[in-house]
Design a protein around this ligand. Structure first.
Ligand SMILES: [Zn+2]
Length: 73
């Protein structure tokens, strides 16, 4: 089966689509905060600080903690 592949010519290079900053900034802030919360739970929860009692969160993210180089035990 023959397939045609669209190629750009050297005179008209394909430009990446421009992302509007006003539309992407709230999503970037949301995912940034989400990543900070995740980083807290992996790096500090039930180690240096503790929001939840017990060791469930610590055990759940224990390998990720060691993988990222956070002090653990
Ligand atoms: Zn450990």
């Amino acid at each position: 089966m023959a397939q045609t592949v669209a190629q750009s010519t050297p005179t008209t290079p394909a430009l990446p689509a421009k992302l509007p900053l006003k539309a992407t900034a709230p999503w970037a802030a949301f995912f940034g905060i989400l990543m900070l919360v995740l980083l807290y739970f992996v790096g500090a929860e039930q180690g240096a600080t503790s929001v939840f009692s017990g060791t469930d969160v610590h055990e759940w993210v224990h390998d990720a903690r060691h993988l990222l180089g956070f002090p653990c035990h």
